[in-house]
Design a protein around this ligand. Structure first.
Ligand code: MG
Ligand code: ZN
Length: 214
């Protein structure tokens, strides 16, 4: 009988696909530098979107730049209440929030410890890469939905599928090789439908490749 430890070496680590959501302007109405839970409101369609996404076997994450910390608008600790409220709001939709990643930095910040050029502020992919490491996520099968091209770029650089909400929040349209989203959606609900459709196809394909579909 093999020892349990040596037995484990033969079990492959299963990487899971995930859905990453930008917070401000994508999941929630954008209230500048808000950390007051009572002012957090879902965007149009977001409730039903979460309910739909919860049907997938994919963990859900929120990925958000919070430069307000570096710019001195609020303390890093204030984000804890926001995170708690996000968990509650996901729960109300029958969904589970598996994790939240914040970038508190800004290169022109006034709070010196956060005033840095970091690798996590979108359009850099750092938060997605960290989530993948910490949760064993399969980035090429994962999705990132955001409302500006910096989100699309972060998702693309992490190797995810990307959806841009075409809701008027992007105003600069600074384009480039890595900034083109894979798909556009009018709101988070349409984005969720898209993820669901494409993922169902992927799940079917994976099942067929295993030969388990008759
Ligand atoms: Mg946003
Ligand atoms: Zn950062």
């Amino acid at each position: 009988m093999p020892h349990l430890q040596s037995f484990r070496e033969f079990i492959p680590i299963m990487l899971q696909a995930a859905v990453f959501l930008d917070k401000d302007g994508t999941l929630l109405e954008d209230v500048s530098y808000n950390v007051d839970p009572s002012l957090m409101r879902f965007t149009k369609g977001a409730r039903k979107a979460l309910w739909l996404l919860a049907a997938l076997p994919y963990p859900l994450f929120v990925i958000s730049n919070q430069a307000g910390v570096a710019l001195g608008h609020f303390e890093h600790d204030a984000l804890q209440a926001v995170e708690t409220q996000l968990h509650r709001m996901f729960g109300e939709c029958g969904a589970k929030l598996n994790g939240v990643y914040w970038c508190p930095h800004h290169p022109q910040g006034t709070v010196s410890r956060y005033a840095i050029e970091c690798g996590c502020r979108k359009p850099s992919p750092g938060m997605l890469l960290r989530a993948a490491r910490e949760h064993q996520l399969d980035l090429p099968r994962s999705w990132f939905v955001g409302d500006i091209l910096d989100d699309a770029e972060a998702g693309n650089r992490a190797g995810c599928h990307t959806v841009l909400l075409d809701n008027g929040h992007e105003t600069q349209w600074r384009k480039g090789g890595s900034r083109t989203p894979d798909a556009l959606a009018s709101d988070l609900l349409e984005a969720a439908h898209l993820v669901l459709q494409r993922s169902n196809a992927q799940l079917r394909l994976a099942a067929e490749n295993r030969g388990s579909v008759r």
